[in-house]
Design a binder for this molecule. Sequence first.
Ligand code: NAD
Length: 305
Amino acid sequence: MKVAIIGLGHMGMGMARNLVKAGHAVTAFDLAKPAMDAAAQAGMATAASGPQAAADVDVVITVLPAGKHVLAAYRGEHGDDGLLGAARKGTLFMDCSTIGVDETREAAGLAREAGQRAIDAPISGGMVGADDGTLTFMVGGDAADFDFVKPLTAAMGRHAVYCGDHGAGLIAKICNNMLLCINQIGAAEAFNLGARLGMDPKKLFEIFSTSTSQSWSVTTNSPVPGTVADAPSSHDFAPGAVPHTLAKDLGLAAKAMETAGYHCQLGSQARELYGQMTASKFAEQDFSGIINYLAWANDQGTTTG
Ligand code: NAD
């Protein structure tokens, strides 16, 4: 398939490389020159702008930081046509960014008005999943468009789930990330409490990873250095994903709670804690470093309750 990919950051670059590996013709665009150089080296065609990349392809994939970037790229910035205006009519727009449910529905509406097709296809699996081609895709939109991109999701991921109409992929993603953050904080609190009571954290890891408290936040993203070789904690908490990204996702969850008229107490507390971590000296650590932030905040006497 002919594919344009816009946004070659932590996630987009690995995804684009896997598309090339699977034999797809990839045209890439990112605002950052080092990303464009890396794309050329990886065998992608590089375009001078997003609209140029989108002009003659079957699918336009966007992997951008937030909703405002996706909407601006779709509509056009700096007086250009935007991706929607530049693409051939009937091109499928596949947005893999984590953005708001309302924003993705707005993007799908813009696409429809421009004579294009659109799906929301947010991703889970982190940078490792993007590099290894083991992402999970959560897709909202027409079922026929979900089927159309299967060769692409198969090249970039291990699972692709059709979630329902436009926005359903992001409902799934936002709920997934809220639960992830709650799990990561819960694991941190349990490890910290056990350690303060004198228990060896590695022993606690052995228990938590094989008992009823088991979760991805323990078995894969363990916050205890030396328990999981590939986990950020074993590499000085180098991200991974920084707390700012998770705080953004929890902000999307807060907006979704308002829309739904349902208040998630732990989700709201998780948002506060990741906001505090973002404003602290631990801001550049992986989000599993919440274990360090919570221990530090406790010793500073800055925790409540
Ligand atoms: P990133 O900041 O590493 O990459 C974003 C890239 O987009 C950058 O290279 C930037 O230069 C480029 N960009 C911004 N505006 C652009 C434009 N108008 N045209 C072209 N390029 C533009 O972000 P990331 O970590 O790759 O995340 C991308 C999206 O995926 C976000 O929505 C994020 O929430 C989501 N996500 C991230 C992770 C993760 O672990 N990092 C996991 C799942 C989902």
